[in-house]
Design a protein around this ligand. Structure first.
Ligand SMILES: [Zn+2]
Length: 478
């Protein structure tokens, strides 16, 4: 069964879609509408800009393209402002299979100080400020084992960041301040687009995205702009909801330092009522009351392919893979936080607390305390697994043993995947988890339809299926 080419274009957001992804499947002659990309026009984000010429050359077919794409994650690490706090599992990349970015544990991005601690080498955002005469060397030296890296590319990227990146220009402004005869103590405030207008007057110098704050003035903006300290004892966490969360971590995917997701992106029109994931989806609790774009919707929008716009992110190869995993972790983290703070909504009092404690006859106080319940609607949770397992048992008890037990896997050579990859020239299929997840889901739906409705193996009287692995990506974004 072939899905054919992704021949449809969403008329609202210009994303390339498969016909089978349309909402109005029944009305074959009507113009198709799509929810997967932009919720049929409710999400409107600024068009992605085309990358600066130098980066464009590196990402397409330039002389150094191959080398750059292979090492794009290292080059990005030389320029990112924040560090990644999650535990990266490198054991899967033992040289045999294709590159796979795997992240364990809780993920977070950390921001250091403007100045390195005495005796330490500058790193991350400090490289934009400290000892910039030797910037290229410093960036190369910050990565032991980076002898393979090309100093010419690093120098050109330094220039590109200076010319185009708004965040870099903010840090350069701090550098100028440090170079004064007797610099006063100051902090750097990174201003997001949402709070750029109507600001208080405590800013002494400002361009569009950054301001230097002298003295102990608190951030008065309601949007809590990110503030980089000159000195502090700990690393500051940059939250998933911060507008610069991704652009600080992926300067090569966001070469202009544009804002990413934040909590005040308006939703156009009134959302339709939906029952799917209603009680779990963080700020999607009551979609019909909501007027802001959710994090999940934002990243789902960004994951779509729009050839008429800039494709910087999609052409990032391994870095794009890392970005997708990072975004996945961010959305999941956000949901988990929501679940933790909304236990009353999911009625966890039915499960928890002293009542159970006493019933167990347990007297060990170390196990006492707030119990956070992960509901069955959270994909992969214990209750999710339990529910599917018990459903399966119940089905077996009622209608007998199953005659079919199918496990469906994905073939990366499927023609549908190759067709969509044509929109990402030069990208290997392993670096396109977004396409794989979409095609897999469409094929899975086809298979289930074949068995359940078309009675391919005889009349179907019952069944159950659940997602795992790659389709979790689908499950969380779309
Ligand atoms: Zn759309």
């Amino acid at each position: 069964m072939d899905l054919g080419k992704p021949s449809k274009i969403c008329r609202k957001c210009q994303a390339v879609m498969w016909n089978q992804e349309r909402n109005n499947k029944g009305a074959k002659h009507n113009e198709p509408t799509f929810s997967l990309c932009c919720r049929d026009g409710m999400i409107e984000l600024p068009a992605e800009r085309h990358p600066p010429p130098y980066l464009d050359d590196l990402l397409s077919n330039g002389v150094k393209s191959e080398h750059f794409k292979k090492n794009i994650r290292t080059y990005n690490s030389m320029f990112h402002f924040t560090s990644m706090g999650g535990k990266i599992d490198r054991s899967v990349n033992d040289g045999g299979g294709p590159f796979c970015f795997k992240l364990n544990g809780q993920n977070y991005h950390l921001l250091g100080t403007l100045k390195p601690t005495d005796g330490e080498n500058p790193k991350f955002c400090q490289l934009y400020i400290y000892d910039t005469e030797n910037e290229v060397d410093n960036r190369l030296n910050a990565f032991p084992g980076s002898n393979e890296m090309d100093p010419e590319i690093v120098a050109a990227l330094v220039q590109m960041m200076d010319d185009h990146n708004k965040l870099a220009s903010g840090f350069r402004m701090a550098r100028q301040r440090f170079n004064l005869q007797e610099p006063e103590e100051f902090r750097l405030q990174l201003i997001s687009s949402q709070s750029a207008s109507g600001r208080a007057n405590h800013v002494i110098a400002s361009n569009e995205v950054a301001a230097l704050i002298v003295g102990n003035v608190e951030d008065e903006s309601p949007y809590r702009d990110l503030i980089v300290e000159t000195k502090q004892l700990y690393l500051k966490r940059v939250y998933e909801t911060c507008a610069q969360f991704m652009s600080l971590q992926y300067p090569l995917l966001f070469p202009y330092g544009d804002d990413g997701f934040h909590l005040n992106i308006p939703l156009h029109g009134k959302p339709a009522r939906t029952t799917k994931n209603v009680n779990i989806d963080a700020d999607e609790t009551e979609p019909h009351h909501r007027d802001k774009v959710s994090m999940k919707e934002y990243y789902a929008y960004k994951l779509m392919i729009r050839p008429n716009q800039g494709m910087t992110m999609h052409l990032g190869g391994r870095l794009w893979q890392q970005f997708v995993v990072d975004a996945f972790a961010a959305v999941e983290q956000y949901r988990l936080d929501w679940i933790r703070t909304h236990q009353h909504v999911i009625r966890s009092d039915l499960y928890k607390s002293i009542r159970d404690f006493i019933r167990q006859g347990d007297t060990d106080s170390s196990t006492k305390g707030q119990n956070v319940i992960l509901p069955a609607t959270f994909t992969g949770s214990a209750r999710y697994m339990n529910q599917y397992f018990k459903d399966s048992l119940a089905i077996c008890r009622t209608i007998g043993h199953p005659s079919l037990f199918l496990t469906m896997t994905c073939n990366t050579q499927w023609p549908e995947i190759k067709e969509m990859l044509k929109h990402k020239p030069g990208i290997d299929v392993v670096d396109a988890p977004d396409i794989i997840a979409r095609v897999f889901k469409l094929k899975l739906d086809q298979l289930i339809d074949l068995i359940k409705n078309k009675n391919y193996f005889g009349k179907c009287i019952g069944g159950n299926y659940y997602f795992c692995n790659i389709s979790r990506l689908y499950n969380i974004f779309y």
